[in-house]
Write a protein that binds this ligand. Structure first.
Ligand SMILES: [Zn+2]
Length: 377
C-alpha cells in the first residue's frame, strides 16, 4: 500500500460574532498593525466601519486598502503591497468575498518578493515563494469560494484578463474568523450563485480521482448541509442557522477540494475568461450538464451522492440538481444569458487548457468539451 499524506491545518473560529475575536487574537500574537484589505462596496457599510472602530478601540493601529471591485487584477495587488509597506504594517486582514481574500494573499507575496508578481505563478520554471510572508487573517463575507481556507490566489492580468494562479502552502491564512452575521446582507442572486460554487466544490471533490477518504467524508457532510440550507438562505436571507450552515459548507468544500476538482470548474473558468461570467453562476449553470459526462465512469460514486441526499440512485441526482437550480433562480442553460454557439470554440480552448479537469474521474477531450457546451446551450 502506498503512503498518503493528509493535512487540515487551518485554525478556524466559527460562529455568530466571530469577527470580534480578531482584535484579541492579534494582540495575543503581538501583532499591532494590520492592513485591512476589502472591496469598495463593503467599506461603505455600517458594520464594516463599526468593526474598524472596534479594532482601533482595542489599541490596534489600523490601515486600510479598500480599492477592490470586480475580478482581482495585478495592479490592485501592487497598490495593496505599496500600501502595506508605506504603512509599516505587520500583518494583513482580508475581509470580503473570494476576490478580497485572494488579493490579501497576493499582497503578502508582492510585499515581500522582489520580482514581478506573475513570476511566482504556479507553473514549471516559476520562481519559488521563498521569503517569509506576513501572517494574514481571513474573514469571509460570502459562502462560496472557500478562499479563506485555500492556499492559492487567482489574480488576472490587467490587460489580457488571463487568470494566473499563485499557489504555495505558505499562503494559508493563519486564522479564519468565519462569522455568519457577515453573510446576512448577501442578496439572493449572489447567495444562490456562491452557494452553487460551494456545492460544485463539494461534489467535484468527492468525484475527483485520488484516494482521500477524509476529504470524501467532509464533502458528503457538506453536501447534506447545502441540501438543508441553500434554498432557505436564498429565500429567507435573515435566516441565521441557514446562513451559518452555508458558510461552513462553503469552507468545507474548499477543504475537500485539496483532493482536486473536475471538468465543471474547467467549463466555469472558460465562461469567466471568455464571457466574464460570475464564477459561481457559471458552475451553477454547468454542473448538471458537465457532470453527466462522468456518470458512466464512476456510477457508484453518483450512487453515494444520491444516497447522501436521500435519493434512490445516481441518475436521480441530476433531477435533484435541476430542481435545486430552478428553485433558487439559476438558469438551466447558457443561452438564457445570451451565450451563443459561435462562442463555443473559444470556450473549448480555454476549458481544455484549464488544470482542473486533470483530476476529473473521466478524461475529457476538446470534442467532449464541445459536446458538453453544446448540450448546455
Ligand atoms: Zn469554484
Amino acid at each position: 500500500m502506498s503512503l498518503s499524506r493528509f493535512a487540515f491545518p487551518t485554525a478556524i473560529v466559527f460562529g455568530e460574532g466571530a469577527r470580534h475575536e480578531l482584535a484579541p487574537s492579534l494582540q495575543a500574537q503581538k501583532l499591532a498593525h494590520p492592513l485591512v484589505v476589502s472591496d469598495r462596496g463593503l467599506a461603505q457599510q455600517a458594520f464594516f466601519k463599526d468593526w474598524l472602530a472596534e479594532l482601533q478601540a482595542a489599541g490596534l493601529q489600523v490601515s486600510t486598502f479598500t480599492e477592490l471591485g470586480g475580478n482581482p487584477v495585478k495592479s490592485q495587488v501592487l497598490a495593496g503591497a505599496a500600501a502595506y509597506k508605506a504603512a509599516g504594517a505587520d500583518c494583513i486582514v482580508g475581509i470580503g468575498g473570494g476576490a478580497a481574500l485572494d488579493v490579501a494573499k497576493a499582497i503578502a507575496v508582492a510585499a515581500t518578493h522582489p520580482h514581478d508578481l506573475f513570476d511566482y505563478e504556479d507553473r514549471p520554471g516559476a520562481r519559488p515563494i521563498d521569503q517569509s510572508l506576513p501572517p494574514w487573517f481571513a474573514l469571509p463575507t460570502t459562502a462560496g469560494t472557500g478562499s479563506e481556507v485555500g492556499r492559492s490566489a487567482v489574480i488576472s492580468d490587467d490587460q489580457s484578463h488571463a487568470k494566473k494562479i499563485i499557489f504555495a502552502p505558505e499562503l494559508m491564512a493563519r486564522q479564519v474568523f468565519a462569522d455568519p452575521e457577515l453573510t446576512l446582507g448577501l442578496p439572493p442572486a449572489l447567495t444562490a450563485a456562491t452557494g452553487m460554487d460551494a456545492l460544485t466544490h463539494l461534489v467535484e471533490a468527492f468525484l475527483a480521482k485520488g484516494y482521500h477518504p477524509l476529504c470524501d467524508g467532509i464533502a458528503l457532510e457538506g453536501l447534506q448541509m447545502v441540501q438543508r440550507s441553500l434554498v432557505q438562505a436564498v429565500h429567507t436571507p435573515g435566516d441565521k442557522p441557514a446562513r451559518a450552515e452555508m458558510l461552513l459548507a462553503s469552507l468545507m468544500g474548499a477543504v475537500a477540494f485539496q483532493k482536486g476538482l473536475g471538468l465543471t470548474h474547467s467549463c466555469a473558468h472558460a465562461l469567466s475568461t471568455v464571457t466574464d461570467m460570475h464564477h459561481g453562476l457559471a458552475n451553477g449553470i454547468m454542473i448538471d450538464h458537465a457532470l453527466r459526462f462522468n456518470l458512466v465512469a464512476v456510477p457508484e460514486r453518483f450512487d453515494r451522492l444520491a444516497q447522501t441526499l436521500g435519493l434512490e440512485s445516481g441518475p436521480v441526482f441530476f433531477d435533484w440538481l435541476r430542481a435545486l437550480k430552478q428553485e433558487i433562480g439559476i438558469p438551466a442553460r447558457l443561452s438564457e444569458l445570451g451565450i451563443q454557439a459561435s462562442q463555443i470554440a473559444d470556450l473549448v480552448t480555454v476549458a481544455q487548457a484549464d488544470g482542473c479537469h486533470a483530476n476529473n474521474p473521466r478524461p475529457c477531450s476538446p470534442d467532449d468539451f464541445r459536446q458538453i457546451f453544446q448540450e448546455a446551450l
